[in-house]
Design a binder for this molecule. Structure first.
Ligand SMILES: C[S@@+](CC[C@H](N)C(=O)[O-])C[C@H]1O[C@@H](n2cnc3c(N)ncnc32)[C@H](O)[C@@H]1O
Length: 231
């Protein structure tokens, strides 16, 4: 497989989750007509679905390479916070036999998506039904995952081996929203991988913090870190 199979509705979600996937012409249109018009109209009529399926696959493969060395065969229980439709988790699922994924996500799309720091954590760009369709269509078994709506569902309380949140936790909203929950669901060796602009802060929270990638070219200038053992 070298691309994801997606339908238009899923492509529309993916470009909101990964705005880098749209080309410069689309970006200009978004700038001129505004974010609301872009997500409600432009993505409806002018997206090349197959191309987005391919580009999303390539970007997720690249993301997978940034963290694959931290995923061991013994890791079976994965928690994904704000994983979008879950392209990255499909790569992990292919690497690790008998893995199980819990996805914690929001189940709505904000009308006028803004991408900054979201103090109240109201910004969202997902649809759990479409996420489920995407995962099943691209090879994840029904028995290998469960999706939780973070605003409505009781979140899973088992211990996870790896917790991943790319471009979501502490990138768009405060890590502290989930800190008590993460303490509850992690064990001594749980690896928590996420993107942040304040990597130093986390050495007060975790015994081990390792920077695995630096994004200096983007507006956010974030670092991807792997943390373990809450202090
Ligand atoms: C920029 S997208 C990144 C998606 C994916 N991680 C990726 O790298 O492609 C941020 C995601 O976080 C989700 N999100 C926002 N607030 C959240 C929360 N409190 N809990 C879980 N997910 C959240 C959004 O719905 C969206 O899918």
């Amino acid at each position: 497989m070298n691309k994801f199979i997606i339908q238009k509705e899923i492509a529309r979600l993916i470009v909101l989750q990964r705005i880098e996937l749209i080309d410069s012409k689309m970006k200009k249109i978004r700038k001129v007509f505004g974010r609301k018009f872009f997500s409600s109209f432009i993505t409806k009529y002018f997206l090349n679905t197959a191309l987005i399926g391919k580009k999303y696959f390539d970007v997720m493969e690249k993301e997978f390479f940034t963290l694959k060395n931290f995923i061991e065969i013994k890791d079976k229980n994965f928690l994904s916070i704000g994983g979008g439709v879950g392209g990255l988790e499909l790569f992990i699922n292919n690497k690790v036999d008998n893995s199980f994924f819990c996805f914690v996500e929001k189940n709505y799309v904000t009308k006028k998506v803004k991408y900054g720091w979201d103090e109240k954590n109201l910004e969202a760009y997902n649809n759990i039904e479409l996420q489920k369709k995407f995962l099943l269509k691209n090879g994840m078994e029904t028995s290998s995952f469960k999706i939780f709506d973070c605003d409505k569902d009781v979140l899973p309380e088992n211990k996870f081996d790896v917790i991943i949140s790319l471009l979501s936790l502490d990138y768009h909203y405060d890590f502290n929203i989930y800190i008590e929950y993460l303490k509850k669901v992690s064990h001594m060796e749980t690896k928590i991988i996420f993107d942040t602009i304040r990597a130093e802060y986390f050495s007060k929270i975790f015994k081990n913090v390792e920077i695995i990638q630096s994004q200096d070219q983007t507006v956010h200038k974030s670092k991807r870190i792997v943390c373990s053992e809450f202090i």
